[in-house]
Every structure is written in structure tokens, then in C-alpha cells.
Design a protein around this ligand. Structure first.
Ligand code: GRF
Length: 203
């Protein structure tokens, strides 16, 4: 499957996906990287790995949907079949989310449905939780909500700060995202709707 990766920052998860996809046996290839921020460090890292990477400044577009239509055109142009959100910090419109329904996954640095949104590690530390982690899920309209593909847990140690916890979770993210993409790209993970309307990933 041809994959487009959307980023806003340093792109370490994007690099993890690029590295996993270098294996010819991996069921996905990274076709293009798009950033909504021209200064995202991940753009250079993608290009250094030989992947086409474009900065698409959302401020250069009239509306949120104009910006997304431009992104969508780039994805189509590169034959993208699956989208990975890897630290993409811009809310998506219902149009984009529906267009990529069940073909777009996001990584979040917490064990959803706990700690949606930003500052997950600070909030987890403040609550005194003993286990933290990360989640890859299909994207739905609400932020950080959607059928869960895979999760990884890490311990919270007594000596941790939000930064040391973030670093431990990030390492787990770099293992989890390629694993989850593999499940989605092969079709091993798919969304099933139960009689009560709730959606789950079956593997
Ligand atoms: C990661 O922690 C990811 O879970 C979150 O944003 C961060 C992005 O980091 N959504 P990077 O750009 O992949 O290094």
C-alpha cells in the first residue's frame, strides 16, 4: 500500500515508518510526506531518506478546506491509499476525515480513551498513574477518538519527569506505529460496527 504521512514537527514517528518500510517485506511504502508547517524538521529528514516531502503552509490557503483539498490533491498525485498522522497538529474537517474514512490512522502519546489532547505526560504525572503508553487509532471526527488498532504500555517510574516519561513513550511509539501500519496495510486490522453502533477493530 502507498502511504502518505502528515506531520507538523520533528517527524521522529515518520522516520520510524520510513525505516520500517525500507524492508521489502513490509506491506507499505512511504510515497510522500506532507507538512502543514514550512519549518517542520521532519521535511528535511524525509528528503534525506529519499522521500518526496512538501511543506504546504496552511496559512497560504483561504480556508481549512481549501488547504485540505490541496493536500488531498498531492496525496492523489502520489497514489496514496493510506494516510498516517504522525504528529500532525491541525484539526481536520469532516470532509477530509470522511474522504479517508478507515484509511487514515493517528498516533497519540497516551493510552486512549485516557488523556486525549495535548500535554498528556504532564497530566498523567499529575494524576500519579503508574502505567502510560501510546495508541494508534483510525481517525474519526472527534479529536483522539476512533477505533483502536494497537496500544503499547510503559511504566511510569518514581524518578520520572514529564520529559523522561515522554522519551520512554516515544520509543514505544516508534515500535508501535510501524506495527499498526502493518496490520492496517495488510487488511489484518479492519473496523467492524457492532449492533449497538459502536465500532471496533478486529484483527
Ligand atoms: C508524538 O508524541 C505523537 O504521538 C504526537 O506528536 C508527537 C510527534 O512527534 N501526536 P514526532 O514529530 O513524530 O517526533
Amino acid at each position: 500500500k502507498r502511504v502518505g504521512v502528515l506531520i507538523s514537527g520533528r517527524g521522529s514517528n515518520m522516520v520510524a515508518l520510513i525505516e520500517a518500510a525500507r524492508d521489502p517485506a513490509f506491506p507499505a511504502e512511504i510515497a510522500v510526506v506532507l507538512s502543514n508547517r514550512p519549518d517542520a524538521g521532519g521535511i528535511e529528514r524525509a528528503r534525506a531518506a529519499g522521500i518526496p516531502a512538501l511543506a504546504m503552509d496552511h496559512k497560504a490557503h483561504g480556508s481549512r478546506e481549501d488547504f485540505e483539498r490541496a493536500m488531498h490533491a498531492e496525496l492523489e498525485h502520489h497514489g496514496v491509499e493510506l494516510v498516517c498522522l504522525a504528529g500532525f497538529l491541525r484539526l481536520l474537517t469532516p470532509w477530509f476525515i470522511e474522504t479517508w474514512r478507515d484509511r487514515m490512522i493517528n498516533i497519540h502519546p497516551a493510552l486512549l480513551p485516557s488523556y486525549k489532547g495535548l500535554h498528556t505526560h504532564e497530566r498523567a504525572m499529575a494524576d500519579g498513574v503508574r502505567i502510560a503508553g501510546c495508541t494508534v487509532h483510525f481517525v474519526r471526527h472527534e479529536m483522539d477518538v476512533g477505533p483502536i488498532v494497537a496500544q503499547a504500555a510503559v511504566p511510569v517510574l518514581p524518578s520520572d519527569t514529564a520529559d523522561s516519561l515522554a522519551a520512554r513513550v516515544l520509543e514505544a511509539e516508534h515500535r508501535l506505529f510501524p506495527l499498526a501500519l502493518r496490520l492496517v496495510a495488510t487488511g489484518a486490522a479492519r473496523v467492524e460496527t457492532r449492533a449497538n453502533g459502536s465500532e471496533h477493530v478486529v484483527i
